[in-house]
Design a protein around this ligand. Structure first.
Ligand code: HEM
Length: 124
């Protein structure tokens, strides 16, 4: 039987590493870094958002986690995130997965999931 996406991401430990790397990638990405810089003064908030993002990925990939963060529209409402910013964030996701040796099929699955969320995140 094929391994679940959760297993292919390396389970809880693999996902934690991916989310840590993703935040670093966002902070180095000129298109979106300004959105995340203010959080550097709030390590408690960063920890909470990271934990939510791990649970979000865990829940979406078939792991035992249960996402208890806000809905995507609630988390991003009022930010006026542009299509360009959304594309930059997706690029960070794909580059981070590749850097963590996640196979191409799994990367394509995540690209599909993330792309489907665009209407819940952009222009709110
Ligand atoms: C690619 C699709 C995206 C997904 C799957 C996603 C997912 C998430 C998740 C799960 C959270 C945590 C929500 C919570 O703690 O309740 C979050 C928060 C956040 N996201 Fe996104 N996001 C995406 C795109 C973006 C983009 C494009 C930006 C900005 C350029 C962005 C900026 C933020 C910020 C600043 C927060 C923290 C909000 C706060 O705590 O006030 N996100 N996102």
């Amino acid at each position: 039987m094929e391994r679940s996406l959760y297993e292919r991401l390396g389970g809880a430990a693999g996902i934690t590493k991916i989310v840590d790397d993703l935040v670093e990638a966002h902070l180095s990405n000129p298109t979106i870094r300004a959105r995340f810089l203010p959080y550097l003064d709030r390590p408690d908030v960063v920890a909470e958002v990271k934990r939510h993002t791990c649970d979000f990925l865990g829940t979406a990939s078939g792991g035992p986690e249960c996402y208890k963060g806000r809905t995507m529209p609630d988390a991003h409402r009022g930010m006026n995130i542009t299509e360009e910013e959304f594309a930059a964030a997706v690029n960070d996701v794909l580059a981070t997965l590749e850097r963590n040796n996640i196979d191409e099929g799994s990367r394509a699955e995540i690209l599909g999931m993330v792309s489907s969320l665009k209407v819940e995140i952009v222009d709110l």
